[in-house]
Write a protein of this length. Structure first.
Lengths: 314, 323
């Protein structure tokens, strides 16, 4: 598995090392020039395509910008409009439903899958099959599920009818969101489970052996040993899947042939529509900025709530 | 841009006792051979998981081999009664317009070879250049002393929290004003040089390498570049390959950026081509056999990747998540 587990970790950060009295200092005076050279490509990329765009995005959000003409400063008008924009509010609500449901259900299912991987010691090839949906682009995934759930000919609906259940439809307002959530969870399950499984392999076997001697059941060991010990990995998975699912876009765009019904019109789709269909880059940027702030706050809260930086394993 | 990989905070926190880690994994549950009811249930669940993961793709392939005319009568059979290649042929543009329409298509085609080549170039160039540039930066952060090292590293890390859409709009405006829309340089530029996750991931690994070898080399007069390119980099083949693989998968699945920045014949990638193919199919009565054939051809490279590298991929993720 991980080749680094056997190695000792050099935890001393470079800044700490700086303070240590060491005899080899003369060799290091050239290091800052070398560091500069090694850092140049990544720095250029980061400044040009991350930092400056972040600044420009804030600027655009204060302007009227249609791509063709220079941005016109309009103060906080975009934000004022956003406050009264029911479509934007609806898409934010829809997105939050999607994120909360996918993260909660997705993490629980992935935890169970990972526990199966660990306790049954599933072979690598079985685990790699579970990874298949994650490897496939969402465009193809959306098409496949749109076909499986097709109103007249979809195979899944055929199966549902065969056992006497009513069929489901992408275009039913109350079913659309659960369907998209289920597809999202399905496509990410193997990946999330593998990450959690990786965390679980770090739990020393002695703990389970001790648990078994004490007569603990599998269920008890899962809740009392596994879960608390992999908390940092869970926190990470939760944060990353929350950020990922906030950006859900291609599933709804493709699943609905470019025109999703309101029940699944996510905020990402709305930003895309405003910016690239209506050429309202300024307004799109304002929504994106609000989204970024919400995401940042959520991440901070989650990391704190789950005490991500501490594990009982240390 | 790539939202899939998960940074690994575990190493700094879950530094499990190294002694127990070094041991090979041993049987967790004694009596692993015994089949208990719980185990039977567990294996059934695993079987279901595998079925649920694979069946939709089976159904995609099965539909692709079904003649459009027989779709209605045949839509509940597990195997098509009269399998045909016509859907693939018409999707790939190997049939005439009339033949295509006769087989239930719209005449829309998908230049599979070209779009696959575009996608390979897109994913491959980013995976190679980005990983190298990030390895260089990660090495600086892990090994070299310079003022502001940790502050700069923290700045890169903050990039992990910036949602893609936030930089996508201004980057689009930038690429557009450079006249780079629908060019390869415009397609790859935003991602080619940096990924905060890659820097984070590789730095963690470089920190875990023993310093002694490099220190000895330094005393023998080997410079920083010699130590990085001829010692550290070759020693880190595994993690570097892992990073490239994760990047390839992430870029391969990328949709929104190539959709807005490079939606022309010369630069279109598979995901966008598939979306375009769908857009040409009527919404009211979609050309399902054609769509599934098109989906199948775009998913084929993924199947190949999984068969060839599945093992490595699974172990890579294990490495990135657990370490």
């Amino acid at each position: 598995m991980s080749s680094s587990t056997t190695r000792e970790r050099g935890e001393s950060s470079p800044t700490e090392a700086e303070g240590e009295p060491r005899a080899r200092r003369p060799i290091h005076h050239r290091e800052k020039w070398a560091a500069l050279v090694l850092l140049v490509p990544a720095m250029v990329g980061f400044v040009v395509f991350w930092i400056l765009p972040s600044g420009r995005s804030i600027w655009y959000s204060l302007t009227d910008f249609d791509l063709l003409n220079e941005p016109q400063f309009i103060g906080l008008d975009n934000y004022r409009e956003l406050l009264g924009d029911d479509v934007a509010r609806n898409s934010l609500v829809v997105t939050i439903q999607f994120v909360v449901a996918s993260v909660v259900l997705g993490t629980v299912l992935a935890l169970l899958t990972a526990a199966l991987m660990q306790r049954l010691r599933l072979k690598t090839w079985v685990r790699s099959i579970l990874l298949l949906p994650w490897l496939v682009p969402n465009v193809a995934i959306a098409l496949i599920w749109a076909w499986l759930l097709d109103g007249q000919l979809g195979y899944l609906n055929h199966l549902l009818h065969a056992v006497g259940l009513p069929g489901v439809s992408f275009y039913n307002a109350s079913q659309a969101m659960p369907i998209i959530i289920a597809i999202g969870i399905w496509s990410g399950l193997g990946y999330t489970a593998l990450l959690l499984y990786a965390g679980m392999t770090q739990v020393p076997n002695e703990m389970y052996e001790a648990g078994a001697i004490d007569g603990a059941t599998e269920k008890r060991m899962f809740f009392q040993i596994t879960l608390p010990l992999i908390r940092p990995v869970i926190a990470l998975v939760v944060v990353m899947s929350a950020i990922g699912s906030f950006q859900v876009f291609d599933l709804v765009l493709i699943g609905y042939g470019g025109n999703p019904i309101p029940a699944v019109r996510t905020i990402f789709f709305y930003i895309y529509q405003q910016s690239f269909a209506f050429f309202r880059m300024g307004y799109g940027s304002a929504i994106a900025l609000v989204l970024a702030v919400i995401l940042g706050a959520l991440t901070a809260i989650q990391m704190r709530a789950m005490r991500a930086n501490r594990s009982d394993l240390s | 841009m790539i939202s899939t990989p998960v940074p690994d905070l575990a190493p700094s926190t879950t530094s499990a006792p190294t002694g127990s880690n070094a041991r090979p994994r041993r049987s967790i549950a004694r009596g692993a051979r015994r089949v208990t009811p719980g185990k039977a249930v567990a294996w059934t669940v695993v079987g279901l998981l595998v079925l649920v993961s694979v069946f939709p793709f089976y159904w995609m392939v099965r539909t692709a081999f079904t003649p459009a005319a027989e779709l209605i009568g045949d839509s509940s059979q597990l195997v098509p009664s009269n399998p045909t290649w016509i859907n693939f042929a018409r999707v790939l543009g190997l049939t005439s317009m009339e033949e295509s329409v006769a087989a239930g298509g719209t005449g829309a085609t998908l230049d599979f070879v070209r779009y696959t080549a575009n996608t390979l170039f897109y994913a491959g160039s980013i995976a190679i250049v980005q990983t190298l540039a990030c390895a260089m930066a990660a090495y600086s952060f892990a090994r070299l002393r310079f003022r502001g090292n940790s502050a700069l590293f923290g700045l890169f890390l903050s990039g992990l929290l910036i949602p893609g859409i936030f930089t996508l709009l201004p980057n689009f405006a930038l690429i557009r004003s450079l006249g780079w829309l629908n060019t390869f340089q415009g397609l790859i530029a935003p991602a080619i040089l940096v990924s905060p996750f890659a820097i984070f991931f590789l730095r963690q690994f470089f920190l875990s390498l023993p310093r002694e070898v490099e220190e000895a080399a330094a005393i023998d007069g080997v410079g920083v570049f010699g130590r990085f390119f001829r010692m550290t980099l070759p020693m880190s083949r595994g993690p570097v390959a892992t990073m490239m693989l994760i990047t390839v998968v992430g870029v391969w699945k990328e949709f929104m950026w190539p959709l807005v920045a490079a939606n022309s014949d010369g630069t279109r990638v598979l995901t966008v081509a598939l979306q375009r193919f769908q857009a040409q199919s009527p919404n009211t009565s979609p050309d399902w056999t054609g769509l599934m054939a098109a989906s199948t051809v775009t998913v084929i490279p993924v199947f190949i990747l999984l068969v060839l590298l599945g093992r490595q991929l699974v172990q890579s993720l294990n490495f990135s998540g657990g370490k």
